[in-house]
Design a protein. Structure first.
Length: 409
């Protein structure tokens, strides 16, 4: 008697919110390194769970392309499909550009971000962090996610891209409305786009020492539309994962005794906590995706031409074939997939910018509120119900009320 083939797994639902690591272990047990999944509307795809298999996919852009036009399911995708913002067609941004044009665009982005002075970047992060903390430090209690982590990264990014400080709060609201995907999502998207095109027009007339001006000054022949799209992608990709990196790292430090020293002013433990989060609780869980250019085999599975292959970053980070001791401190091991891999990975300068913002945000908070502690049991903390990005819905804390720095002469 033959054992029936396990059914594809729906990529959604409460298990991605409660315990995705256990779900990935079950999927690996039942399906191996590559698992069949279904998306909203019963749309089929493949989720790569294995570390080696994910390395293979991201190292071969000829076979596993970023060109979404290759997808063999487009005739089944309705105009109101909820995942269209994540798996779009004919997108003009760098996300779906392939070949030499992608390499040129990636080089322009990297060059513009490499020119950001790291001391100025940290200074901006410290200033905005202090400004945000001033807003709640006298209360004795706050939600670190909603009142801090979800507000800080974009304020800093907007500043280095060339926006004025006065524009920052409006851009934060617009971006968070887009991410939440509720009634304000379209208005938020419109505000972000209008603001970006206005910024580029202003910088074309009067360039400054900022990322937008540097991208406009490139000699690779990119249009304003391409630069605007890439800047918006960079803002979105730099904001939410960095906010979740801050939130997830602080959750770890406030709930795990191994990091108690950092709450007394230590700095080494902050870096260790951030590194461990990238291994065990990475903000970017799964990425869509790659599309096969021909029939192939991957992890013992036959993958058809035009199939959608999803990158299981979190699952690959926990692959027992490469992680014999999951849950152990990872030290300086940076072989995680949290920033992707291959041609389409997050550019190194962007990773450095995100790390400076996240680390500065955590350090300033611990300096300002040294006795910060959870306001309730750790078991009561909940995650957003998303298979794509993993972050807390809230992180309520208590601390001794302190005066705002802005109120001190």
């Amino acid at each position: 008697m033959t054992t029936p083939e396990p059914q594809p797994v729906y990529l959604g639902g409460p298990r991605f919110q409660s315990d995705p690591a256990a779900l990935y272990r079950e999927m690996r047990r039942d399906h191996g390194a590559v698992a069949p999944v279904v998306l909203d509307g019963d749309i089929p795809a493949w989720l790569v769970l294995g570390y080696r298999e994910l390395h293979q996919v991201t190292s071969d852009p000829q076979l596993f392309s970023r060109d979404s036009d290759l997808w063999n399911q487009w005739d089944r995708i309705p105009a109101d499909w909820p995942l269209l913002p994540m798996i779009g067609r004919k997108q003009p941004s760098i996300l779906y550009t392939v070949g030499e044009r992608h390499r040129e665009r990636a080089a322009v982005i990297s060059d513009a971000l490499e020119s950001v002075d790291p001391f100025e970047l940290r200074g901006h992060a410290e200033r905005f962090a202090d400004e945000l903390i001033d807003g709640f430090c006298g209360k004795g209690t706050c939600d670190i996610v909603g009142e801090y982590a979800m507000l800080l990264p974009l304020r800093v990014l907007a500043r280095i891209y060339g926006f004025s400080d006065e524009q920052g709060p409006g851009l934060v609201t617009a971006m968070n409305d887009m991410i939440n995907g509720r009634e304000g999502a379209l208005d938020g998207q419109r505000h972000l786009a209008e603001s970006m095109y206005a910024l580029l027009a202003a910088k074309a007339a009067a360039p400054g020492p900022d990322v937008a001006s540097r991208m406009l000054a490139n000699t690779a022949g990119f249009t304003v539309d391409e630069i605007a799209q890439d800047l918006m992608v960079m803002m979105a990709a730099g904001h939410q994962p960095t906010a979740d990196w801050i939130g997830n790292s602080l959750r770890l430090m406030l709930t795990d005794d191994r990091f108690a020293a950092s709450l007394a002013g230590g700095r080494h433990s902050v870096g260790e906590a951030m590194n461990e989060v990238l291994w065990e609780d990475t903000p970017t869980q799964n990425v869509a995706g790659r599309w096969t250019t021909r029939d192939t085999h991957l992890g013992g599975r036959r993958i058809g031409s035009g199939d959608l292959v999803l990158l299981g970053l979190a699952a690959a980070n926990g692959d027992p074939h490469v992680r014999t001791e999951t849950g152990a401190l990872t030290g300086g091991n940076n072989a995680f997939f949290s920033f992707g891999h291959g041609e389409h990975r997050c550019p190194f300068p962007a990773q450095e910018v995100a790390e400076v913002i996240a680390r500065t945000g955590i350090e300033v908070l611990l300096d300002r509120l040294p006795d910060v502690d959870l306001a309730g049991p750790a078991a009561g903390l909940t995650r957003r119900p998303s298979p794509w990005l993993r972050g807390l819905t809230a992180l309520p804390v208590t601390y001794t009320p302190t005066p705002a720095l802005g109120a001190t002469p």
